[in-house]
Design a protein around this ligand. Structure first.
Ligand code: MG
Length: 238
């Protein structure tokens, strides 16, 4: 039985983008210290890398505010919430062109809901919920996702069970009746399998390899529907 189909965000509901992280941080650095852009951008990049490294090794989640605070302290800039918000806002504007939903995202989610399935989103992110929800709203996806969980609101990131559990709990769905769709083999596929979920890997040859066997592999998001339909038919026949 399948009750819910749950999605990762970046590289899954959106197309994958290999973004120059330093360039993105330069935009924030222009706001924080226009006369020290290179130095401050490097500091922001280093602080962010440290947060990502921590999430990889401990699965403890991070938040963008801690990146700005750590980076500012490292280069003796004042920690000022108002300026940090302005810098963050410029930084998100820079990222915005990479946040668009895949062309078949709306159609896929709509079709899943037409089949009576619940849908959900679980993103490993150090960005705040509000920002993500603005992008989902812009692309008409927000009402097609019954629950949306961002690890910036949690203690842990995928593949930690807490992250998946938070989404499953909101939807009141048992893992054995849920499918997880994602582009990362460790975070998404391995993580969801640990809880007993079925998995669909949206093939991404840029993400780190991890030796795990997804239940299905697709190249386009729209193909998820064919996989789910096949499983629904098999379930009703069995
Ligand atoms: Mg992803």
């Amino acid at each position: 039985m399948i009750n819910a189909v749950l999605f990762d965000w970046g590289g899954t509901l959106t197309s994958f983008h290999d973004v120059d992280l330093i360039e993105a941080w330069r935009v924030a650095a222009e706001v924080l210290a226009p006369d020290r852009v290179d130095e401050v951008a490097q500091s922001l990049f280093a602080a962010e890398s440290e947060v990502w490294e921590r999430t990889r090794t401990t699965m403890r989640s991070g938040r963008i505010d801690e990146v700005l605070t750590a980076a500012s302290r490292a280069v003796d800039l004042p920690v000022d919430e108002t300026i940090h918000q302005l810098a963050t806002s410029a930084y998100f504007d820079h990222w915005t062109p990479t946040t668009g939903a895949r062309a078949d995202a709306r159609r896929t989610l709509t079709a899943l809901k037409e089949r009576g399935l619940l849908t959900g989103l679980l993103s490993n992110t150090h960005w705040p919920r509000d920002q993500h929800e603005q992008w989902l709203q812009r692309d008409g996806l927000i009402d097609l996702l019954d629950a949306r969980v961002y690890t910036s609101d949690l203690e842990h990131v995928k593949p930690h069970a807490e992250a998946f559990g938070a989404l499953l709990g909101e939807l009141r769905v048992q893992p054995s009746t849920a499918v997880f769709v994602g582009d990362r083999l460790w975070d998404d596929v391995f993580g969801a399998q640990q809880l007993g979920m079925r998995t669909i890997w949206v093939r991404n040859d840029v993400v780190p390899f991890y030796d795990v066997e997804p239940d299905a592999v697709v190249d386009e998001l729209g193909e998820v529907l064919d996989v789910i339909d096949g499983w629904l038919v098999a379930a009703s026949a069995g």
